[in-house]
Design a protein around this ligand. Structure first.
Ligand SMILES: Cc1cc2nc3c(=O)[nH]c(=O)nc-3n(C[C@H](O)[C@H](O)[C@H](O)COP(=O)(O)OP(=O)(O)OC[C@H]3O[C@@H](n4cnc5c(N)ncnc54)[C@H](O)[C@@H]3O)c2cc1C
Length: 468
């Protein structure tokens, strides 16, 4: 269908206020833009209600028009990018808090509410929403759910899906459904809520969610330990678990990452530091202090130095620094290709070292940082902006990285999803039988293949169409 008539018909269906022209800025790319992923939508729709989303999906399904759901566009997988055109559905206007029940520790919110607002509203009511993906001001709760986003606190508290007790979604061919709700347990049917969580806009459009909250933590104290080498740092990470400690977060940065981000570290990096561990103790004030002291004792023996920031401003500065690592690494050369493989914890050191070796084989500077306790690496190849040859080498390096993750007993993505940039990579780690089930699930939800075509494809895809 021609772009002009798509836009015109959608204006008639949903009103002028809900439709932007195809070239409206900000809807053709996400955080993978530096990798060269971009597209041009046939129209951009910003629905104001679930009913609007349902009418839109019905309209698209009747006319075979592809639909690309979009949250805050902070994704690292190209999932919200209209690589083959279609209607981009931005959820940003649907940001109501439908209910907030502090005594019952729960919140019912629309999908377009920014993640930071979810956390803020919980905090203002003495509660806490633990998931803390890095781009919280930009990303939306619907995008977090659609990617099952993680973050530093996933180590103790789990990823976003852990905190979702129910979903409202629009499924093809335009029907509003709810699965779960304001209930804390539900084993009545197959777990379709969990299937929609992490489905990256390929099974339906999430329009609202019921979230579980916790009473706010009384205290949280970080402990930062610096090591000379990867082996010593990873041994310290394992020692934390072996000691029976459960930090809220257990993060790491390797030497290359410290090279890019170390200058902004809000403390003094000891000479020779090549690996930094950031742990956090939390709970009641007494419990957090006890765990902090035990963490310090376990992390200290082979460390070059240990920092224990205590003043709230110093603690905030530390986490601001940690949140800014991805941006600092990008700034080092102007661009990067970052993957997010996950490996068993006892293979973390190998994965970190081999990331650098894979980079060297492709003539690329490489580094990694990430969620050590979860074995989740942001393995990254630095590429200068507009260096298309470097980008190609980085893509090939990424393929080697996927093979490494699988060989180590891990997965090609622990956090960011397959989206467009990792399409087909699942075939490296799943047998044919499971790939067929994956394809069948997609067909069951989306028989015409119009929901985010080509994204999260289990098998290799060319130009939006899966290969047979
Ligand atoms: C600086 C930075 C730091 C980051 N740190 C983290 C981190 O710590 N942990 C982490 O996991 N990720 C992180 N990310 C990646 C990104 O923020 C997450 O993947 C986030 O969950 C994406 O949310 P979004 O709203 O921006 O979604 P988008 O990028 O808009 O979309 C992501 C995917 O979800 C789909 N989608 C979005 N909304 C809906 C909906 N309502 N219904 C159905 N499908 C939908 C899209 O189609 C797409 O496939 C980071 C990104 C940046 C730029």
């Amino acid at each position: 269908m021609a772009t002009l008539s798509v836009e015109r018909e959608l204006r008639a269906l949903l009103g002028d206020g809900a439709v932007l022209p195809p070239d409206a800025p900000g809807y053709g790319a996400d955080a993978t833009e530096g990798r060269g992923v971009s597209g041009r939508p046939d129209a951009v729709v910003l629905p104001a209600s679930t009913a609007d989303v349902a009418r839109l999906v019905a309209w698209c399904y009747e006319r075979d028009v592809p639909i690309v759901p979009r949250g805050g566009g902070s994704g690292f997988a190209g999932g919200a990018v209209p690589v083959s055109g279609g209607v981009v559905v931005g959820l940003g206007r649907m940001r109501a808090v439908r209910a907030l029940d502090p005594p019952l520790w729960r919140m019912h919110v629309e999908a377009g509410l920014p993640t930071a607002d979810v956390r803020r509203r919980a905090r203002e009511n003495g509660l806490w929403f633990p998931p803390d993906p890095g781009a919280a001001e930009q990303s939306q709760i619907g995008g977090n759910i659609a990617t099952n986003a993680g973050g530093p606190h996933a180590f103790k508290y789990g990823v976003t899906g852990t905190w979702v007790t129910g979903l409202e979604a629009v499924l093809a061919p335009g029907e509003v459904v709810t699965v779960g709700g304001a209930i804390r347990k539900d084993v009545a049917g197959y777990d379709l809520r969990s299937l929609l969580v992490g489905s990256e806009g390929t099974l339906g459009i999430i329009t609202a969610a019921w979230l579980r909250l916790l009473p706010a933590r009384e205290a949280s104290f970080p402990v930062v330990a610096h090591y000379g080498e990867v082996a010593a740092g990873c041994a310290a990470v394992e020692a934390v678990l072996a000691a029976g400690l459960e930090p809220a977060a257990l993060e790491y940065l390797d030497r290359g990452t410290l090279r890019a981000a170390g200058a902004a570290y809000p403390g003094a990096l000891p000479a020779g530091a090549g690996f930094t561990v950031v742990a956090e103790a939390d709970g009641s004030a007494a419990e957090a202090a006890r765990v902090r002291d035990e963490l310090r004792a376990v992390l200290a023996p082979d460390a070059l130095g240990v920092d224990v920031p205590a003043a709230p401003a110093d603690v905030a500065a530390l986490w601001r620094w940690r949140d800014g690592v991805s941006i600092a690494v990008t700034a080092a050369r102007g661009g990067k290709v970052s993957e997010d493989i996950v490996v068993p914890l006892d293979r973390l050191g190998e994965a970190i070292e081999q990331t650098v070796e894979i980079g060297a084989r492709h003539d690329l500077e490489a580094c990694s940082w990430g969620h050590a306790g979860d074995g989740n690496l942001h393995s990254t190849f630095l590429v200068a902006r507009d260096d298309s040859a470097g980008l190609e080498r980085a893509t090939r390096a990424g393929e080697e990285l996927f093979a490494l993750a699988v060989a180590l007993g891990g997965s090609v993505s622990g956090e960011h999803g397959l989206g467009w940039v990792r399409r087909g990579a699942l075939a490296r780690q799943w047998p044919e039988r499971l790939l067929a089930v994956h394809d069948d699930i997609k067909r069951a939800f989306d028989p015409k293949g119009l929901l985010n075509p080509g994204k999260k494809a289990a098998r290799p895809v060319v130009d939006g169409a899966p290969l047979d």
